[in-house]
Design a protein around this ligand. Sequence first.
Ligand SMILES: Cc1cc2nc3c(=O)[nH]c(=O)nc-3n(C[C@H](O)[C@H](O)[C@H](O)COP(=O)(O)O)c2cc1C
Length: 192
Amino acid sequence: MSALKILVIPGSLRTGSHNVRLAAAAAYEFAQAGADVTRISLGDFPLPIYDGDLQAKSGVPKNAVNLKRMIGAHHGVLLVTPEYNSSVPPLLKNTIDWITRVQDAHETRGQVFRQRPFAIAAASQGRLGGTRALSALRLILSACHATVIPNQLALSFADQAYDEMERLRNPTDIEALKALVRQLIDVSQHMM
Ligand SMILES: Cc1cc2nc3c(=O)[nH]c(=O)nc-3n(C[C@H](O)[C@H](O)[C@H](O)COP(=O)(O)O)c2cc1C
């Protein structure tokens, strides 16, 4: 059987982003667990702010279609989100909104969310580690009828969380990341 394919999507474009760093640490753990992991940047899939008039005039942008198909080519997805004003940043919400508008031939709209599990993680310099963004993201994905695995990681004090090798320092964070990785792999295998 071919390797389980996991897609990791950080929700920040910022140079030195704590969430990109966490996504890289997660990708490493997925690879260690034997998964075939792809980590992308949403900077490679720029999208306009969702506008129904734009969709009516020009259709869904090619980047949204490509992203949806990339998700569809993986067995499980990890989203790593910053927290902006207690919620999900517009980059990630807008991306999800556009993807929900994609409908490929012989598929129902939103099928890509229903057919594979999602995991969520967040990183913030604050004490709560993006917990509120995780709640918001779980709600959004659940509204898309996605299976969102119970394990999640809110990385607190993210600016101090990594050693010089870009590995997580705190054993509790390391264990939470490993548990999330294991659970996403397990659920992905069951949903294959
Ligand atoms: C508009 C805005 C709102 C923010 N609101 C929160 C917040 O509610 N909670 C929090 O922990 N951090 C908040 N932050 C700080 C972010 O967690 C911080 O900028 C973080 O580095 C963003 O993630 P990144 O490093 O992956 O880019 C906010 C930052 C911005 C720019």
